[in-house]
Design a protein around this ligand. Structure first.
Ligand code: HEC
Length: 156
């Protein structure tokens, strides 16, 4: 069971890390809001990557992991503010649907799912229980993926 969670996690996290190569350090979309959003998304990726290393058994448990989970939860709480009107510029991978009335409910639900999952992630990481952490990480990674699938443009 533990191995199964670890393996599916590896798949999710490899995906998250691959995506982090999208915009190079010096690349700007030409829109400050989009650049800020991308920087925050990268932080999500980095924190999830650190937690994934623990889930895969590559690093031992430490209190730093609690900080990683808390940063994910803090960014999740702030996520809606990262998508101001007008920030869906060409060079951004945010799809225009994010700002359409038709899809607003789905987008908001994706944010809420990440908020709930990352709150659970903090609780799980604080407990130090590896199975609980693995399960919470999987749910959180799933929440990232749901939104990306619908609302993020594929890479060029
Ligand atoms: C509600 C939707 C949504 C959620 C939830 C979400 N993302 Fe994103 N993410 C996006 C969008 C949209 C983009 C494209 C942003 C842009 O290019 O302007 C993106 C881009 C990214 C990028 C690429 C940044 C780059 O280098 O271009 C990474 C990495 C990323 N997200 C990680 C995560 C992780 C990890 C989570 C979960 C902890 C997550 N995201 C949750 C919508 C979301």
């Amino acid at each position: 069971m533990k191995m199964k969670i670890a393996r599916s996690l590896a798949v999710i996290l490899t995906g998250a890390l691959l995506f982090s190569g999208g915009v190079m350090a010096n690349d700007s979309t030409g829109n400050a809001d989009a650049d800020h959003r991308i920087a925050e998304m990268k932080k999500l990726g980095a924190n999830m990557g650190a937690l994934g290393k623990f889930a895969k058994g590559e690093v031992a448990y430490s209190d730093a992991l609690i900080g990683n989970a808390k940063e994910v939860a803090a960014i999740a709480d702030n996520l809606a503010s990262l998508f101001p009107e007008g920030s869906g510029v060409e060079a951004s991978r945010a799809k225009p649907e994010i700002w359409s009335a038709e899809h607003k409910a789905e987008f908001d639900a994706d944010i809420a799912r990440l908020q709930a999952a990352s709150d659970q992630l903090v609780v799980a990481v604080e407990s130090g229980n590896a199975d609980a952490i693995g399960a919470a990480l999987k749910e959180t990674g799933g929440a990232c993926g749901t939104c990306h699938k619908q609302f993020r443009k594929p890479k060029d």
